[in-house]
Design a protein around this ligand. Structure first.
Ligand code: SD4
Length: 292
């Protein structure tokens, strides 16, 4: 035994996701099963407007999902711009475990799901998404509102008691995005990165800003060079801000966990929180931010 298990998940819904993941880790001993099953709870949550098929649609009124999963040995899988698949995280797992590829997108991902017995849903907006979309159509203006429209992607990273790490990330992406837009969540190194030798990181917020700096990979590499998880997250936020003329309308938040089970978190704007589960319990923590 190297240490105690730790799970970190983005936002309030990190609490139920961690709860499930902790239970799965206890039952199966598998950290990758834990992070997959944990975020599935949120993919199933009818109230979540940023994860799963009940999420907000793109500007054409279509819900398209992105997800990724990674193990600390470097294995990874992801799906992007996929329609109708209820559990994209499990499809990402299938890409990792059963195909020679890392990333499958669009119609190919939906076909892969259908061929492997995944539940596909009729394309229909959830009542809450429908209502929000109708309202958006009145102006059809794309102005992301930080911490409201772009809130609630779930990213989870964890370590088991033997030093094995894994992470997962799943989202319906930015509300009212252009059809075909892919965010950071399914891009290995942007929305998620895990390396057993060092640690893990995941991201939430404006995907475009996270992709620019390879946010999650950057954080893991900074930890490799000796930064604490907290220092690494703060440096990533600094880097992100330095690549934009103006971050007034940009929110992005990062979570990091090192192989000693130490956690860190930081965001551009106030309002980012996460759930941390260890042997002591499962609690919500407010992250610090560069802006006040
Ligand atoms: C994206 N990063 O598609 C996602 C959105 C998000 O909380 O994190 N929402 O850009």
């Amino acid at each position: 035994i190297i240490g105690d298990p730790v799970l970190l998940s983005t936002w309030n819904h990190g609490i139920p996701a961690n709860e499930k993941a902790w239970q799965v880790l206890n039952e199966t001993g598998s950290i990758v099963d834990a992070v997959e099953q944990g975020v599935r709870v949120i993919e199933n949550d009818p109230d979540n407007l940023s994860v799963g098929l009940q999420g907000l649609p793109d500007r054409d009124g279509i819900v398209t999902l992105d997800a990724s999963i990674m193990k600390g040995d470097g294995s990874c899988g992801s799906v992007a711009f996929v329609r109708q698949v209820k559990h994209p995280i499990s499809l990402a797992r299938l890409v990792m475990d059963e195909t020679p590829h890392v990333m499958i997108a669009g119609e190919g991902a939906r076909k892969l799901a259908a061929e492997n017995g995944f539940e596909l849903q009729e394309e229909e907006l959830s009542p809450r998404a429908e209502e929000a979309y109708e309202k958006w159509l009145e102006q059809s203006e794309y102005k992301p509102v930080i911490n409201i429209e772009n809130h609630d992607t779930i990213g989870m990273i964890g370590i088991d008691g033997n030093g094995k790490m894994a992470g997962s990330c799943t989202t319906s992406g930015l509300a009212y995005k252009m059809h075909g837009r892919v965010g950071d969540s399914p891009i290995i190194g942007a929305g998620l990165y895990v390396d057993d030798e060092v640690g893990a990181a995941t991201a939430t917020g404006l995907g475009e800003s996270i992709i620019r700096i390879c946010g999650s990979f950057l954080i893991v590499e900074l930890m490799r060079q000796g930064r604490t998880p907290q220092e690494a997250c703060e440096e990533a936020v600094r880097r992100l801000i330095s690549k934009h003329d103006n971050v007034d309308d940009i929110q992005a938040g990062f979570l990091a966990l090192n192989k000693d089970g130490e956690a860190g978190a930081y965001a551009v704007q106030p309002g980012f929180n996460y759930a941390l589960h260890n042997r002591a319990g499962n609690e919500l923590v407010d992250s610090g931010s560069m802006r006040s």
